[in-house]
Design a protein around this ligand. Sequence first.
Ligand code: NDP
Ligand code: 2IT
Length: 444
Amino acid sequence: MSYVDEVYERVVAQNPAQPEFHQAVKEVLESLRVVIEENEEEYRKEALLERLTTPERQILFRVPWVDDKGQVQVNNGFRVQFNSAIGPYKGGLRFHPSVTLGTIKFLGFEQIFKNSLTSLPIGGGKGGSDFDPKGKSDKEVMKFCQSFMTELYRHVGADTDVPAGDIGVGGREIGFLYGQYKRITGLYEGVLTGKGLTYGGSLARTQATGYGLIYFLDAMLRANGKALAGQTVAVSGAGNVAIYAIEKAQQLGAKPVTCTDSTGWIYDPEGIDVALLKEVKEVKRARLTAYAEARPSAVYHEGKGVWSTKCNIACPCATQNELNLDDAKMLYENGCYCVAEGANMPTTLEATQFIQSKGMLFSPGKASNAGGVATSALEMSQNSERLSWSFEEVDSKLKGIMENIFRSVDEAAKKYGKEGDYVAGANIAGFLKVAEAMKAQGIV
Ligand code: NDP
Ligand code: 2IT
């Protein structure tokens, strides 16, 4: 059996009931086949792929807290420190009731390659909890975050492991987590990114993932003789990534016409009103029905269905496996020629294969959503030098990084005979740097 197949079977056997982790590993290993086969003997002897697919450390902990009624609640906490070959562990925290160890492992594994692609010195990690911030008071969220950090603090640090936000973790949660870390350790250091601007946060970090996605998309379109201006874009999600992707797409002359949340979706043929969307989601933390009530041109649909929208470009920015084979077929039949992932692994493997088989452009999240973590790394640099850079400076670095990621992904795909296959390009380019660093550091 080939080394790649052997390692995949081992991952499935050793990590039962973690389908998302299996899916992420399968996609990466499949596209690395050409590289692995060139060096099979050496990699096998050094168990490079076994080491790459086994986290360096997995931390599981209890998070007890008291709700507003005086009832004690208990959640599960996770931090997976996956790979530190090229820098301290770096990756977000997800608070969502669906979170399991398998979710965090898939996200941590993806993060290794994404962080490598940024060309900045950050290793891969991810964490989170099955805590649901929805419907909780600010005090309850604070109590949960304080309890979560009361365990996590011993495993993280500015040069060890630097968490940030992800689904369900934004500025409010990062603030509470930071306060508790500082209180316990006495250290005022860059242990988290996505911090508020008054206590060490970076300008443009809030916008970075969404803006970065559109900078990448723009570079990918231009390289393929197309342009973003005038295009109709279907976006899913209504959170941090979706909001700023919509904002930047509009600034560059495109027309985003949809957004979604966990209960339904909006079709707004006049283009999404970003100021209203921010008010509904960032300020009021309300459902998208509130958007439809305030905007006569918008139509609200309960449940799923956003990918039935007629569009040129689709940007899934909500969650994993939200775009399946049927969705991909609908998009194709409706004239969509490009899918750029803002979320992590939003497209199923079958859907990705269909999209690529039809010659549609496809960018994997680990390349096109890397602007968030890249800007987190810029926040770490600013914290280390105890300075803060202007919005324009950070934004222009972000744009340069996204263009650079597109170039390396494109070149890696071409070099290995897979021109236009940006999934293969991203996995190969991300992998080569990590593999080199792992080899240089010996068997650790
Ligand atoms: P947010 O929590 O800010 O927003 C998530 C959005 O997706 C919300 O609108 C939410 O609905 C919706 N959503 C979440 N889970 C589900 C689900 N299971 N089914 C349907 N809708 C869902 O998260 P982000 O915008 O930060 O993250 C979105 C994606 O982008 C994730 O895949 C994340 O891993 C990825 N990402 C995030 C980065 C960041 O910097 N924040 C960086 C790179 C990737 P509702 O409004 O109802 O809660
Ligand atoms: O998936 C991701 O890249 C993030 N949630 C951002 C991670 C970070 O450390 O900024």
